[in-house]
Design a protein around this ligand. Sequence first.
Ligand SMILES: Cc1cc2nc3c(=O)[nH]c(=O)nc-3n(C[C@H](O)[C@H](O)[C@H](O)COP(=O)(O)OP(=O)(O)OC[C@H]3O[C@@H](n4cnc5c(N)ncnc54)[C@H](O)[C@@H]3O)c2cc1C
Length: 398
Amino acid sequence: MKINTMDKRKILIVGSGIAGPALAIKLIEQGAQVKIIEARSEAEMNEGLFFGISPNGLNILSGLIDISRLYDEYVPGTLRFYNAKGQRIAELDAAYQKEAYGVSSIQVKRSAISNLLHEKLISLGVQIEYNCKLMSIEYSGAKIDVETSKGKLTDYDLLIGADGIHSRCRRLVFPDAPKPVYTKMLSTGAIVKIPGWEEKSDAIEMTFGREAFFGYSTTNTGKVWWFNNYDWEKEPNGTELNLQQQNIKKDLLELHQKDQPKISQIIAASSNLFAYPIYDMPALEKWHTATVCLIGDAAHAISPHTGQGASLALEDSAVLAKCLATYPDPELAFSRFQQLRSGRVAKVIAQARKIGRAKSKPNPVANFFRDIMLKYFINMEKKKMHWVYSYDASKEVV
Ligand SMILES: Cc1cc2nc3c(=O)[nH]c(=O)nc-3n(C[C@H](O)[C@H](O)[C@H](O)COP(=O)(O)OP(=O)(O)OC[C@H]3O[C@@H](n4cnc5c(N)ncnc54)[C@H](O)[C@@H]3O)c2cc1C
């Protein structure tokens, strides 16, 4: 593959979650001048819970940071399923993935990944501009200027919108693009230390409860990480969710009162619930213009059901960097990037929607068959996920 140097190209990246810093590292290594702005404060970057990262994501991450540090606090990716009576109905062991893909899926805190990426950026001499929100974009000739909450930034050749599902960049560049649709569901959860808790850290334990789905796991440091899908009719704003924390907790305790007592024990011990509204993002026709490109959730947000959001964002960053290194004309690079990514992303999103439906409100007949059949289906899951996990961005012919 022919790599062109990107000397002197000035690139502004909006958003320092996962896709933004991962792309920045690659672009700096390729010789570009990169600046990252981030709307949140440095302390707020620790918000959020944990998510899954699978071999396709981890293998890209290992080219950017020392991933051994992710294992300071993590949960192995083995999935165990229970019915409402607490009977184990299936298990999908993640250990086979190590042999197949070099590394196995794990759950980690979102902040663990973004902090390690930020550390790497600092070691490369890039400071992230926190509390700096993109407000508007102006074009002056071939250059891009932006207005931010901290003032004007001028003279950029390219702008990358890595600003997540509610991307302002997307709204500014494609005002008519479809907006994320609220699914009337929250993903709630918490991280909790429970005195006397002695479970081993070896799987994510998931229960199809009588009224709702519940998942939890024990980290290698002995904490309990849990999550739950919770119906919430009206699209909430952040303040509302904070105010409603105690009501959500009360409701969750009621929903799970007839399930295994362990579930209520975990919810009752939690004081700081995090609630995250789940959106469905309609596919965008275009992810880019001649000089602006969207990546990660800004281009194609995915519901948290498959744990592929971060992995897809990492894949995007690797492929976009490669396209920019290969095509001197950025519009061609962006267009090739979308061409390479949109089919794969759409397929993963379709899979996530199916899994989301399986976790929704139970029905007794379907439950009966699920309890019998899940262990057979789960073995097919290894085959079904192979095309997702085996992805190797370095082999992508751009
Ligand atoms: C605070 C937070 C907590 C999360 N917690 C979870 C979780 O617990 N579980 C889960 O599955 N997923 C979570 N996610 C989503 C998950 O991080 C993404 O799905 C995935 O990592 C894709 O990464 P991304 O870089 O594309 O987007 P994101 O990780 O969402 O990053 C986008 C970044 O852009 C910043 N930004 C937004 N608007 C602007 C603007 N106008 N100007 C500058 N910067 C801007 C945001 O603050 C954010 O840091 C969370 C996202 C956020 C922002």
